[in-house]
Design a binder for this molecule. Structure first.
Ligand SMILES: NC(=O)c1ccc[n+]([C@@H]2O[C@H](COP(=O)([O-])OP(=O)(O)OC[C@H]3O[C@@H](n4cnc5c(N)ncnc54)[C@H](O)[C@@H]3O)[C@@H](O)[C@H]2O)c1
Length: 344
């Protein structure tokens, strides 16, 4: 594709403000030509905040944006239940799609999205944004380089004491509503599922305990899971929106050492067999253009495949759904395996 890639932002809430809009504005070769939100005040806020958006067309209906001829690609930044219908409609309009996580709430919907993009010949990238995080990437590289031998166990806790509709995006109550596919599992769980896959590969089976402790919501707010990975390794994951004080760390144990990181803390701690003391490794600052928007634009231009295709979003979803299934049935659930796709 020659010339500037014209981008439309569908849903102008918090993630559009914090990630997608600044992410595209920092890239060369693209321009945001259109915004869409059911709330006009949201679009006005973003235009005030980012002067570069001044000439952008504003649409209250997604279908009008998709049919406008003003965009080549869209970022879908709406509540979770909108991702499937909006991605299908955008693909049918011949637009490339950068869709927020979770791509869908069922594997059937995820598959329909992958097939719609394939049929239309457009890029479908899911914003499994941990793949672009310098800390997690460094951990994964250390593991892959063999810094701790063969990894056989991973422990991970990611917990806070609040729901996203109170802290991250005040008033966004869809985050805690089942009818909008909200809940901790599809919010943070989908990121952690992808991170575990980056480190250990696909899981074979999982035992899950999923609870709703807050009295006024109808979605999971606490998740515990125990994994058997296809590589023979094991894992434990704990997630919470109700943990006083919060907690967040990742530990990977291998036959030749151990890695420990506090989430968003620098450095990473590395212990290697045969060395007396642990080593503190500082991970590099992320390179500004190597974010999900940069990777998406490269894929749209045909320069490199996306790092986070629909297939990865579907695999992370499969793991989350298996946790839920096990919690419902009380026994281990098998994690569906998708043949013909590479390891991560
Ligand atoms: N990748 C990440 O790390 C990350 C982080 C936070 C949120 N997210 C994801 O981003 C998405 C949006 O989250 P958010 O925090 O920005 O939520 P938000 O509620 O702040 O913003 C959503 C926006 O979409 C608008 N909207 C609702 N229905 C719409 C429709 N049918 N058409 C157009 N606009 C519509 C709302 O008015 C709102 O402005 C969610 O799927 C969430 O899971 C991803």
């Amino acid at each position: 594709m020659a010339g500037l890639i014209r981008i439309g932002i569908v849903g102008c809430g918090r993630i559009a403000e914090r990630n997608h809009i600044p992410g595209y504005l920092g890239q060369e070769g693209c321009v945001i030509t259109a915004l869409c939100d059911v709330r006009t005040d949201r679009m006005e806020e973003r235009i005030t905040q980012f002067p570069e958006l001044k000439g952008a067309a504003c649409f209250e209906k997604d279908a009008d944006l998709f049919a406008s001829g003003l965009v080549d690609a869209v970022s879908v930044c709406t509540p979770n239940d909108c991702h499937h219908p909006q991605t299908l409609a955008a693909c049918q309009a011949g637009l490339h799609v950068h869709c927020e996580k979770p791509m869908a709430a069922t594997l059937e919907h995820a598959t329909e999205m992958i097939e719609a993009a394939r049929k239309a010949g457009v890029v479908l990238q899911i914003n499994q944004s941990f793949r672009f995080n310098a800390q997690y990437r460094t951990v994964v590289e250390l593991v892959k380089e063999g810094a701790i031998g063969t990894p056989f166990h991973v422990r991970c806790i990611r917990a806070g004491n609040g729901t996203p509709n109170k802290g991250w995006s005040p008033g966004a109550d869809w985050f805690v509503q089942k009818k909008h596919n909200g809940g901790l599992l599809l919010d943070i769980g989908i990121h952690m599922a992808d991170l575990l896959r980056m480190i250990m590969g696909d899981a074979e089976k999982v035992a899950g305990l999923v609870d709703t402790r807050l009295p006024d919501i109808d979605v999971p707010d606490n998740v515990r899971a125990l994994f058997r990975f296809r590589n023979g390794g094991t894992g434990v994951l704990e997630l919470s929106w109700t943990l006083p004080g919060g907690a967040g760390f990742l530990e990977v144990y291998g036959t030749g050492g151990r890695i420990r990181v506090g989430f968003d803390e620098n450095p990473i701690q590395l212990w290697q067999a045969g060395k007396p003391e642990g080593e503190a490794l500082t991970y590099p600052d992320p390179k500004p253009r190597e974010n999900s928007q940069g990777v998406f634009l490269k894929a749209v231009r045909g320069e490199a495949p996306t790092l986070t295709p629909g297939e990865y979003g579907r695999r992370a979803l499969a793991l989350c759904l298996a946790i839920l299934e096990s919690s419902d049935t009380g026994v281990f659930a098998s994690v569906p395996h998708f043949d013909g796709e590479d390891r991560c």
